[in-house]
Design a protein around this ligand. Structure first.
Ligand code: GLY
Ligand code: MN
Ligand code: MN
Length: 427
């Protein structure tokens, strides 16, 4: 768990980054309607959560900085027996004051009055400039007189780029649950089942292990479905002899995991499947081995493209000189996406990839990123040897950058052909 002291440290760091005569504000997420009068389960705004660890809606966190003092104020919903009967328990201002190490706790009903007081004489406003939240729009209206208006979001995103020891523990916990889910998918008899039924087995494992939610909608894609990169329908039957691409990860205590494994329906890879699989696997292992501080993500991308393209030439999928093929972007037909992304509170952690001068940010100790090369051969692609058609493979792990290298946080999830085959139900 992240300690209250750590949230306090994060708020103090933000206050250090803003000048004197500033007021900053971040709001909780708004509840999301599913349809008519039904709602999605509430999920806190990631930036608000990063600074507070508070999971209730209708809340705001205010940062005040003047020459002589800094102050943080948390606004929460007040206790209300009737509403709590329907909507669930609220912490209330008194308990919030005991729990959070903020300077002041107020009830959200007083927000307008208090906030209008806070902004008096302030030169800078930091808020979620591009947010669609209704509270942000209100604040924008009330603060027309403040000339210097900044987006608070990039400041937070930059902080989120480097994970603390406690955050890394949280990510590991999330991955450990996801490991169980992928292993369950490998172990069960998949004959006669549909993709959504395998999805149910995976998400069952998330929930029984206390991960309340997935971190993104699971992709369970058999055979040619895997060649649709964002396939989430998961509606087709699992066909004997084919592969299933499973991209699934839980969110546990607000930290994501993002894992892809590609496994055979009947527990055993065919020779052609093995050839493609090992090309993706060896590429992934080689790229992971390159990860250390000061390496750039673009270098990892280029290396993956080179290794995959060379391999595709060897297998007769592409023809010609691999360097020329890359120059002409011919490989993009089969490997069209990036090598990976930052991960943390969000599966695609919205931390920056470039600095303010548009220079790529190199890897640093404490960053967490996915490494997820893939190859996708459409079933109707006549330019490719028949045996490879209709196969889509991606292998994805979550990697922590360490002082002089990296740690694969999901190393314990079966991945080599032998590992997958020996854990799998064979039919
Ligand atoms: N699961 C989303 C991704 O791999 O980026
Ligand atoms: Mn990913
Ligand atoms: Mn993924």
């Amino acid at each position: 768990m992240i300690k209250e002291r750590e949230y306090k440290k994060r708020r103090e760091l933000l206050l250090k980054k803003i000048p004197n005569s500033s007021v900053g504000v971040i709001f909780s997420a708004e509840p999301a309607t599913r349809s008519h009068d039904t709602h999605h389960p509430y999920r806190q705004d990631s930036n608000f959560y990063y600074f507070s660890g508070f999971k209730e809606d209708n809340a705001a966190l205010v940062f005040l900085k003047s020459k002589d003092e800094t102050k943080t104020v948390l606004f929460v919903q007040k206790k209300d027996k009737t509403l709590e009967l329907w909507m669930g328990e609220r912490l209330g201002a008194r308990e919030a004051k005991k729990r959070f190490l903020v300077d002041e706790v107020c009830v959200i009903d007083d927000f307008e009055k208090k906030f209008k007081g806070f902004i008096k004489g302030k030169k800078n406003l930091y808020f979620e400039l591009n947010s669609k939240k209704s509270s942000v729009k209100k604040v924008s209206k009330w603060t027309k007189d403040i000339k210097i208006r900044h987006d608070i979001v990039p400041l937070v995103q930059k902080m989120r780029l480097i994970k603390s020891a406690a955050e890394i523990e949280m990510i590991k916990e999330s991955i450990d649950i996801t490991a169980k889910a992928h292993h369950r998918a490998m172990k069960i008899d998949k004959r006669g089942k549909y993709e959504y039924q395998l999805q149910a087995e995976i998400e069952h494992e998330f929930k029984v292990n206390a991960a309340y939610s997935d971190a993104y909608t699971s992709i369970v894609a058999c055979a040619n479905s895997a060649n649709t990169l964002h396939y989430i329908k998961n509606e087709k039957p699992l066909v004997e002899g084919e592969l299933i691409l499973i991209d699934a990860g839980c969110e546990h205590n607000y930290y994501a995991s993002d894992i892809t494994r590609t496994i055979p329906v009947n527990g055993k890879f065919s020779e052609a499947q093995k050839e493609l699989y090992n090309l993706v696997l060896n590429t992934q292992l080689r790229v992971i081995a390159m990860i250390k501080p000061f390496v750039k993500r673009s270098h990892l991308q280029e290396s993956a493209e080179k290794l995959l393209t060379k391999g595709m030439v060897e297998l007769g999928i592409l023809k010609g000189n691999y360097k020329k093929l890359i120059k002409e972007k011919k490989h993009k037909k089969y490997y069209p996406h990036g090598i990976g992304h930052w991960m943390g509170i969000d599966v695609h952690d919205p931390a920056p990839y470039k600095d303010v001068k548009e220079r790529e940010i190199p890897l640093q100790k404490g960053m967490v990123l996915t490494i997820e090369p893939g190859l996708y051969i459409d079933k109707n692609d006549k330019s490719v040897p028949k045996k490879y058609r209709g196969i889509g493979i991606r292998i994805e792990d979550d990697i922590l950058v360490t002082k002089d290298g990296c740690e694969n946080l999901s190393h314990h999830i079966a991945k080599t052909v032998d590992e997958v085959e020996s854990i799998s139900f064979q039919s």
